[in-house]
Design a protein around this ligand. Structure first.
Ligand code: PMV
Length: 363
């Protein structure tokens, strides 16, 4: 599919007003996306587990204006976060609308009221852009479906992912579950830089309900945003090797996911997490998002794994928090270890128990 396929033809229906609510989850990458080209095209393919509990619920109320907004006129919308009007979030949404309006021309014809809330604590350091942008993209697609009832479920999800990507790259992996791949990759014929696809190959049952306990090490604002970080991959001395490595790691992951070889899985996932942070540390300007407690936790996980031989590993996103990954059957023992040994390194002892999920839901 190409960009052209997402530009709608004339609509079959007119709708005066309506309301729709979507609940969309966050996701955690196993092979990381870091570095992008223009129009949110990833520099390398990535794959993630869709999460289940960390999610954003967004309601979109739409009512038709007497006339469409004109060229250069601002989009007509209000934004509420957790019940309160939020002016400071509006520029991000306005930028998103500007990027998607050629694919969603109906945006000009409506007044929109957008209300959002997150299931995870506000400013927990958990990035809400994936869940937030995917929830908003899904709401737009529900509006589109009302004015063009021909849309198939498959196209609905693809275009939701396509739009979410334009809001925040990794958000395109939050529409469906349980494993989503995004970015062109030789071994995945259906793969695309434009949207995420469901991982099409066999996945061993050990990954059913795989657990992700998120340890909230630092709830503060990140010093370097991910868009700045992505851009620092331009001219990065290790960029090409890193992009190639991501392709290789996706190849390597296929037999690992099929056989349930957790030793190789843990090796690949931890290496990806550390490589992501190594790219940050070796860019110019360089930066470090891990905190001393991130390192303490990683070392404790390695020690515990060595002693018990339990399949526990970590991954990181662009921050200090640690995602602890492990199979459901080992939950009791590993959660006890987390509570006894790791929670002490979390800010205010906060952590979130999550697991692999099936994707967004319309409420
Ligand atoms: O979607 P963005 O632009 O916030 O980038 C997210 C990048 C990582 O979370 C670090 C990796 C990934 O693939 O999710």
């Amino acid at each position: 599919m190409t960009y052209q396929d997402f530009i709608p033809q004339a609509y079959s229906n007119t709708v005066e007003s309506g309301k729709v609510t979507w609940q969309s989850p966050s996701n955690i990458a196993l092979v990381k996306y870091w570095g992008k080209k223009e129009h949110q095209i990833p520099a390398n393919p990535s794959i993630s587990f869709t999460l289940d509990h960390c999610k954003t619920t967004t309601t979109l109320e739409f009512s038709k204006r007497s006339s469409a907004i004109k060229e250069n006129e601002a989009f007509d919308f209000d934004f509420y976060f957790e019940g309160k009007r939020k002016e400071d979030f509006k520029p991000k949404i306005a930028t998103f609308f500007k990027r998607v309006v050629q694919y969603c021309p109906y945006l000009k014809e409506y007044h929109l009221e957008i209300s959002s809330e997150n299931s995870f604590p506000h400013s927990s350091g958990i990035a809400s852009s994936a869940s937030g942008m995917s929830a908003l993209a899904l709401c737009l697609m529900s509006l589109e479906k009302e004015i063009d009832q021909e849309i198939s479920e498959e196209f609905f999800n693809k275009k939701a992912s396509f739009l979410a990507r334009l809001g925040s790259g990794s958000a395109c992996r939050s529409i469906e579950g349980e494993l989503i791949e995004w970015g062109e990759h030789d071994d995945l014929k259906e793969s695309s830089d434009l949207f995420g696809i469901k991982y099409p190959y066999t996945v061993h049952e050990v990954f059913d309900h795989y657990q992700d306990t998120i340890l909230l090490v630092d709830k503060g604002q990140k010093q370097v945003s991910s868009s700045v970080g992505h851009n620092l991959m331009h001219g990065h001395p290790f960029a090409e090797a890193r992009f190639e490595q991501a392709h290789d790691n996706l190849n390597k992951l296929k037999p690992i996911l099929e056989s349930g070889d957790l030793v190789s899985f843990m090796n690949l996932v931890e290496s990806e997490a550390l490589t992501l942070h190594a790219m940050m540390m070796s860019s110019n300007p360089y930066f470090i998002l891990m905190k001393p407690n991130t390192m303490e936790i990683i070392n404790k996980i390695w020690e515990f794994r060595e002693q018990t031989k339990l399949p526990i590993c970590f991954t990181l996103d662009a921050g200090a928090n640690v995602h602890v990954l492990y199979p459901k059957k080992d939950k009791a023992k590993i959660l006890e270890f987390i509570k006894n040994e790791l929670v002490a390194y979390c800010e205010n002892g906060q952590y979130i128990c999550d697991q692999i999920g099936k994707g967004a839901k319309k409420l």
